[in-house]
Design a binder for this molecule. Structure first.
Ligand code: B16
Ligand code: MG
Length: 217
C-alpha cells in the first residue's frame, strides 16, 4: 500500500455537475425576477448550498426570510436532483476512469472530499461509489471550503498524514482548503483564478498516469 493518497473533489473533477447547478439556480433567479449568468455561476463553484443561495440573493438584491430561504433551497435541490437522476457513466470527465483504474491497480488509496450533500447519489449514478476508500461530503462537515475540515477528515479516514495527501480541485476555495490542510494541491481550470495551487492543469485530460506517478513518488 502506497504511503501517499489522493483526495478528489467531485463537482468539476469527477463529473461536470456545475451545468446542472447552474440551470437550477438560474430557474430560481428567474422566478425571483432577475437574471443569473454563467459567469456569475463561477462564484458558486465549491461553495455550500446555503452559501450559494446567499450569493445568488445578493446578485439579485433580494431579501428573504429564513423560512422562504429554506423553501427555495429545497426547491432548487429538487430541481437539481431531477437533472442528476439522468446522469450516467458517460458523464465522468475525461482521464478520470483511466486514473482511477491506475490507482486501484497500484493500491494507492483515494477518497472523495466534496461540499455536495448529493455526492453519494452522484457517485452511485456514475457507478463509482464502491471504488472510493473513503467518502467525505457536505453531510459530514460543519465548516465549508476554504476551511480544510473536509480534506482533514478524508485523510483521517484513509489513515494518512495530511502531507501525504494530494488534493485535486476545480474551485479556488478548494485549493485554499487543500493548502490550509498542508496537502499538495492540484488545480483543474483557469490558472489565473486558481492561484496558489502546487500544480495547475487546464483540464482533467491532463491527469495522466505519468503525472500520477510523479505526484505519489
Ligand atoms: P449540493 P464540490 C460543490 O461540490 C459544488 O461545486 C457547488 O457548486 C455546490 O453548491 C456544492 O457542492 C453543494 O452541492 O447542493 O449538491 O449539496 O465541487 O465540492 O464537489
Ligand atoms: Mg468542485
Amino acid at each position: 500500500m502506497s504511503k501517499k493518497a489522493i483526495i478528489f473533489d467531485l463537482d468539476g473533477v469527477i463529473v461536470d455537475t456545475a451545468k446542472y447547478h447552474f440551470l437550477a439556480w438560474k430557474e430560481l433567479a428567474e422566478s425571483l425576477g432577475f437574471d443569473f449568468t454563467e459567469e456569475q455561476n463561477e462564484l458558486l463553484k465549491g461553495v455550500s448550498r446555503v452559501r450559494s443561495l446567499e450569493i445568488l440573493l445578493d446578485i439579485g438584491n433580494v431579501e428573504l426570510s429564513q423560512a422562504e430561504k429554506n423553501k427555495y433551497l429545497n426547491e432548487k435541490n429538487e430541481q437539481y436532483l431531477s437533472y442528476i437522476a439522468e446522469m450516467d457513466t458517460r458523464e465522468i470527465l475525461p482521464g478520470i476512469p483511466e486514473l482511477l483504474a491506475f490507482l486501484k491497480a497500484e493500491r494507492i488509496p483515494f477518497a472523495l472530499g466534496s461540499a455536495s450533500k448529493n455526492a453519494r447519489l452522484i457517485l452511485e449514478n456514475l457507478k463509482l461509489l464502491e471504488d472510493f476508500n473513503a467518502i467525505v461530503d457536505g453531510n459530514d462537515v460543519s465548516t465549508a471550503k476554504p476551511d480544510p475540515e473536509v480534506f482533514l477528515i478524508a485523510a483521517e479516514k484513509l489513515g494518512k498524514n495530511p502531507e501525504d495527501c494530494i488534493v485535486i480541485e476545480d474551485a479556488f476555495a478548494g485549493v485554499q482548503a487543500a493548502n490550509s490542510a498542508g496537502m499538495t494541491s492540484v488545480a483543474i481550470g483557469d490558472p489565473e483564478v486558481l492561484i496558489g495551487a502546487d500544480f495547475n492543469l487546464k483540464s482533467t485530460k491532463e491527469l495522466t498516469i505519468d503525472l500520477a506517478r510523479q505526484l505519489i513518488k
